[in-house]
Design a binder for this molecule. Structure first.
Ligand SMILES: Nc1ncnc2c1ncn2[C@@H]1O[C@H](COP(=O)(O)OP(=O)(O)OP(=O)(O)O)[C@@H](O)[C@H]1O
Length: 288
């Protein structure tokens, strides 16, 4: 069962396009959306939430074609972004009184508990909230109406390390019963290493992969060795290479092949998600 389905989704801007992306986001899991600046993550998220429309292809969120004007589907989404639209001159309490009636499953007690937990005063004006506080406020709203799908665009980037950890625990708890799903984009890839089940990697508007995190980190490998190993044939095996005065460091998406090629001549290491982004961006390989 999928929480989100994209089929050949294309969105063209004058200088950029999300290009023919097809992927499924599995229900009951946490999916992390990664990619360098300008890769198309927010554009993809806006299409998933129905804020913008693809030019081509189709997109289903919780089984409904998007964009969808039905209130029912919007009720089931919890959206967290620092671009969330709020009236700046209102206090948290006033703003929430406007938002809450929209949700049939609004739980005021849960909301007030989250405000306490997140140390947010309901008397504070939206315009006086810091970036992190805005994220916390939109998170409190998203968590207080029993959303089936939490969609978050860089939710952790403005948060301090203590609250970030607490948020990750909260997200991990949320999906325990396997009925809810979470997708979030972030540049803090260690957060995803901690809690994501699946990783969706976008580069220059194209899908690089959408796979279980553990499979990805098993399939790719970092190879470290002396420059003498790097001839033009060997270079072709790598996605990206970093050369230094003492040797090279490179990423391969075929660990078994790298083991066969290098044996004990080079050091093979498990990559981090950050390595995948770094070497993919550096290598310039084109994705179909
Ligand atoms: N409304 C728009 N009109 C024209 N171009 C746009 C529009 N929205 C986004 N873009 C372009 O689309 C590209 C992808 O932007 P997007 O915000 O989706 O990237 P991102 O992966 O979220 O980046 P970041 O990690 O920096 O937040 C960028 O080149 C951006 O300038």
């Amino acid at each position: 069962m999928n929480a989100i389905e994209l089929r050949n989704v294309t969105k063209t801007y004058p200088l950029f396009k999300v290009d023919n992306v097809s992927l499924d986001v599995k229900k009951g899991y946490i999916t992390g959306l990664i990619g360098p600046n300008g890769a198309g993550k927010s554009t993809l998220i806006k299409m998933i939430t129905g804020l913008i429309q693809p030019d081509k292809g189709s997109l289903k969120t919780l089984g409904s074609e998007m964009p969808n004007q039905e209130v029912d589907i919007k009720q089931r989404l919890g959206i967290v972004s620092d671009e969330c639209f709020y009236y700046e001159h209102l206090t948290i309490r006033e703003m929430t009184q406007m938002i809450a009636p929209f949700y049939t499953k609004w739980d005021n007690k849960a909301f007030n508990d989250y405000l306490d937990q997140f140390e947010l005063s309901p008397k504070k004006k939206i315009q006086d909230l810091s970036k992190g506080m805005k994220i916390k406020y939109s998170l409190a709203v998203a968590l207080s109406h029993e959303a089936d799908l939490l969609i978050m665009d860089e939710p952790t980037s403005g948060l301090d390390p203590v609250f970030r950890r607490e948020l990750l625990d909260l997200l991990a708890d949320m999906i325990q019963d396997e009925t809810r799903s979470i997708i979030f984009s972030t540049h803090i890839t260690t957060d995803l290493e901690r809690i994501a089940d699946y990783i969706t990697f976008i580069h220059q508007g194209k899908l690089v992969f959408n796979e279980a995190k553990d499979d990805v980190l098993e399939r790719y490998t970092i190879v470290k060795g002396d420059m003498g190993l790097l001839d033009s044939d060997i270079r072709k095996h790598f996605i990206g290479i970093r050369e230094t005065a003492v040797g090279f460091e490179a990423l391969s998406d075929h660990k078994a092949e790298a083991e066969r090629l290098f044996g004990r001549l080079a050091l093979l290491q498990r990559p981090t998600l950050e390595d995948l982004i770094y070497f993919t961006a550096k290598g310039g390989r084109k994705y179909a």
